[in-house]
Design a protein around this ligand. Sequence first.
Ligand code: DC
Length: 222
Amino acid sequence: MINVAIDGPAGAGKSTVARAAAKELGFIYVDTGALYRAIGLKLIRKGITCEDTAGVEGVLASTELDIRFENGEQVVLLNGTNVNGVIRTEEVGNMASKTSPRQVLRARLVQLQQKLAASEDCVMDGRDIGNAVFPDAELKIFVVASAEIRAQRRYDELKAKGQEASFEEILANVKERDYIDQNREVSPLRQAEDALLLDNSNLTIEEQKQWLAAEFQKAING
Ligand code: DC
């Protein structure tokens, strides 16, 4: 099986590159953040805070989490229910970020990710794919863009949807997420030694796709 690992901070555009690459290669695309978000959602619904160790462990023990693919799209199932439509909020993202340092949670989700890729070629994105999930991935990419550019993209996205947004608040949130992701003890966000850096601050999506296709050719065919 061939694995392409795509890591990087929140809002760097990993999913856009990963999705396009998966389509091009005919691989499945796995968005691992959605799994952390699904657990975050359940904690919010149960009123459990990320500091509550017993509460988080209880939720993990009583939760069935799975991924299935429908027309090439990943569907996250939380106790059998599709939660794709409710995990994309800032609230759920922040909860996912705050609970993701927990070892017990990471172990469970990493195992699920590895199981998924055991039978399918895949492009997987997240924070720890190149370092922890697939240390032997055929190709590893670390996607970055400045915090300001990532905040601006998020701001434009919300505005385009007609939602109120404060650039300053979004920028503060981007920086806070970076801090949590980079400073946790277990699997902090780090570029793997053998990962290629893709700084897409000034690149179009088309340019990124071409770059990735060329790197994939080199990695697989030499
Ligand atoms: O990529 P995202 O914004 O959907 O991820 C939400 C949070 O989940 C992110 O802030 C950190 C956590 N996460 C993680 O710790 N490891 C991953 N492989 C993916 C996400």
